[in-house]
Design a protein around this ligand. Structure first.
Ligand SMILES: Cc1cc2nc3c(=O)[nH]c(=O)nc-3n(C[C@H](O)[C@H](O)[C@H](O)COP(=O)(O)OP(=O)(O)OC[C@H]3O[C@@H](n4cnc5c(N)ncnc54)[C@H](O)[C@@H]3O)c2cc1C
Length: 382
């Protein structure tokens, strides 16, 4: 669900927006609808029946030494609420990742917790993956476990608090930055609505077309989190472990795939689609095409993240890296951020199990610039 229908906000000339900052101005000025009332529970199992089924599940689990897979409770649940399909019935494998709580109650708790304190420092803190500074609402919003109208209305209350004397002077900007993310979500929704072909095609086609390198071994190392660039590997492993990745790190790994490995953004999009719990076609596609400089209002092609500098800036103490890359846990942060500059002997002494960088960032940066210039029909040597 969205606060504003994808067709509702257009330029004065009547066209869909392709530049976020203009879209945001209209989006934020528009009146927002109230949260919808709770749906009627007609046709749903009543609470007593559900509780009895859950109790039966608990008894069975206890009798079975804590395993909730015994036959008896599954039958009790079937009898009480009808057969609930298993993941197997639905054709899905058990996920490898640890996924947090689901449901409206968990979503509301998360929102309340975030708006209690973190939102008042959101802009200042949101880029640091080791800090619990973002809302972690994406999966809840994606599956409608909480409605965006409810979330937005709560941010308006936070805004009132931010504007009071109880909070520092810059608190309103911090809250507004969070509201801006909700608007990014709707911006990308309307991009997809008006341009459904972007799911598989570049939003912006270059004159000649991009000749991606697409090396399968490099792409596989990226997916495994074994590129030898610590912040990239930490992100890819967080994705595998939690089915989630911090936004700053999504930007870094996406830039690395497209502009260091020179791999087509569609490889990254497909992998994220498979692994992210919050995968959302519009946002995922928007994020990937932004990073690959093929999207609407995208990163210019010549802006190429340096993965080492990004790691040093946004994870200075390497806390996030160490959490997800155990091979590097015993090392000083300085050494981790210099990993690409160490000699093979230094690397072997420091962390023998962690790989050397699979590519040289400076060389690949030059290759990426040449690739995009050729795609633009320009002479790469100029
Ligand atoms: C390559 C790439 C892929 C991405 N794929 C997805 C995806 O599949 N699903 C998804 O929801 N977000 C995606 N994002 C956007 C963003 O990374 C996540 O929404 C965010 O990390 C979720 O964490 P959070 O809920 O703590 O975000 P917060 O910072 O707390 O933001 C609040 C909410 O705003 C929305 N939001 C935040 N940033 C963006 C953004 N850049 N674009 C659109 N909506 C945003 C989300 O609904 C998010 O829950 C992607 C970004 C990149 C760079």
């Amino acid at each position: 669900a969205v606060l504003h229908d994808p067709d509702a906000i257009r330029t004065n000339a009547g066209d869909p927006y392709s530049v976020y900052s203009y879209y945001w101005k209209k989006w934020t000025d528009r009146a927002k609808g109230d949260p919808a009332p709770a749906p009627a529970d007609e046709g749903l199992a009543d609470e007593a029946t559900l509780s009895a089924a859950v109790d039966a599940l608990g008894d069975g689990a206890a009798a079975d030494g804590g395993e909730a897979t015994a036959e008896a409770p599954a039958e009790a649940v079937d009898a009480a609420v009808g057969h609930l399909p298993t993941l197997d019935d639905l054709g899905f494998a058990e996920p490898d990742a640890e996924i947090g709580s689901a449901g409206t109650e968990a979503a509301r708790e998360r929102l309340d917790e975030f708006l209690d304190e973190a939102v008042f420092a959101y802009e200042a803190e949101r880029d640091y993956p080791a800090r619990e500074a973002t809302s972690r609402l994406s999966t809840f919003l994606k599956y409608g476990e909480i409605g965006v109208r409810e979330a937005y209305a709560a941010t308006e209350e936070a805004m009132a608090e931010a504007e009071s004397d109880a909070r520092p002077e810059d608190a309103p900007e911090q809250v507004e930055e969070f509201q801006q993310q909700l608007a990014w979500r709707e911006f990308y929704t309307q991009v997809l609505f008006h341009n459904p072909e972007v799911v598989t095609a570049n939003y912006k086609e270059y004159e000649v077309g991009i000749e991606w390198r697409d090396d399968p071994e490099e792409i596989a190392a990226w997916k495994r989190g074994e590129t030898g660039y610590p912040i990239v590997d930490a992100g890819m492993r967080q994705l595998r472990e939690e089915a989630f990745m911090h936004n700053r790190v999504r930007m870094i790994v996406a830039s690395f795939l497209t502009k260091d490995l020179l791999a087509d953004w569609r490889h990254g999009y497909d992998h994220f689609r498979e692994k992210l719990a919050d995968h959302d076609t519009a946002n995922d596609n928007g994020g990937w095409q932004w990073a690959a400089s093929t999207g609407t209002d995208a990163q210019p092609y010549f802006r190429i993240f340096n993965p080492m500098t990004q790691g040093e800036r946004y994870d200075p103490d390497a806390e996030y890296i160490k959490e997800h890359v155990p091979e590097l846990r015993g090392l000083d942060a300085d050494l981790i951020h210099e990993w690409h500059e160490l000699s093979p002997t230094q690397r072997a002494n420091a962390a023998p199990k962690y790989p050397a960088p699979i590519v040289d960032h400076s060389e690949r940066r030059e290759e990426a610039l040449a690739m995009y210039k050729r795609a633009r029909g320009e002479d790469p040597d100029e």
